[in-house]
Design a protein around this ligand. Structure first.
Ligand SMILES: Nc1ncnc2c1ncn2[C@@H]1O[C@H](COP(=O)(O)OP(=O)(O)OP(=O)(O)O)[C@@H](O)[C@H]1O
Length: 232
């Protein structure tokens, strides 16, 4: 597939000499000498169970910090920043779709999406319109906006999770294997909606399912990315 984003685009995520172990005397689970994702690049990272995909995403989103090395986000020191600043950088630059979606069940769809804007201090005056447009673009009926998230189907919740992740127009969209519960048709529909609606963002998508790689401009397997010996 032709890349809409020239490789000369500046990197938006840079890992430099990153190692990570869960315990002081435990083995390194991550050892990535050098890796970057360019602005607007849609990157797919595949890997078997236990190869460190979730650990990598937790490092990239700043919920874990490396033992050695640095992670830079949108040109700013990220892994070395104090926790509060990391929280702010994450909220403003990164949208996240996790396996379990992490929607707040008793809040409405509108409130769930607006909460992501609130945490990013996104005060755009047309926020409600942006939310309605996203919901529409993700092929959800307007009526879901006032429905409690827990009353939606799994497929609808997935699309709400994408809307929430994109509401702040993040430079980076991080997606952790959200398709494992879907059949092949639903998986393709989900991927097409995700990719179509994330044209302005870099996407870092991890999955064990290599059949998804045709949706992406670049693909790397954890086996070649991650030099750690402690991975399963
Ligand atoms: N909190 C933790 N404490 C200690 N070890 C952990 C912890 N979380 C993960 N690990 C170990 O780190 C390694 C990588 O796990 P990780 O969850 O990152 O892999 P993964 O590729 O995402 O796996 P899966 O596809 O099964 O979700 C595994 O050996 C796992 O046992």
């Amino acid at each position: 597939m032709a890349s809409p984003h020239p490789t000369s685009a500046p990197p938006v995520i840079v890992l430099d000499g990153v190692t990570f172990a869960y315990t002081a005397d435990g083995p390194d689970i991550i050892d990535i000498p050098a890796w970057s994702v360019a602005a607007g690049e849609h990157a797919f990272v595949s890997g078997a169970s236990g190869s460190g995909k979730s650990t990598l995403l937790n490092l990239v989103t700043g919920t874990l910090v490396p033992n050695t090395g640095t992670i830079t986000l949108a040109g700013q020191p990220f892994s070395s920043a104090p926790a509060r600043q990391r929280d702010h950088l994450r909220a403003t630059h990164i949208g996240v779709v996790f396996q379990q979606f992490n929607l707040i069940g008793y809040l409405t769809v509108q409130q769930n999406i607006a909460a992501a804007a609130y945490f990013a201090k996104n005060k755009r005056p047309d926020l409600n319109q942006r939310i309605a447009e996203l919901v529409d673009a993700l092929q959800l009926p307007d009526s879901v906006l006032q429905a409690r998230a827990e009353t939606l189907s799994v497929g609808q919740q997935q699309r709400v999770a994408i809307a929430r992740a994109l509401v702040n127009q993040p430079e980076v969209l991080v997606v952790d294997e959200p398709t494992s519960a879907l059949d092949a048709n639903a998986r393709d529909r989900f991927m097409n909606l995700l990719i179509d609606n994330a044209r302005e963002s870099a996407v870092l998508f991890v999955s064990h399912d290599t059949s998804l790689k045709h949706h992406f401009e670049s693909h790397i397997d954890m086996a070649s990315l991650n030099q750690a010996k402690g991975k399963v």
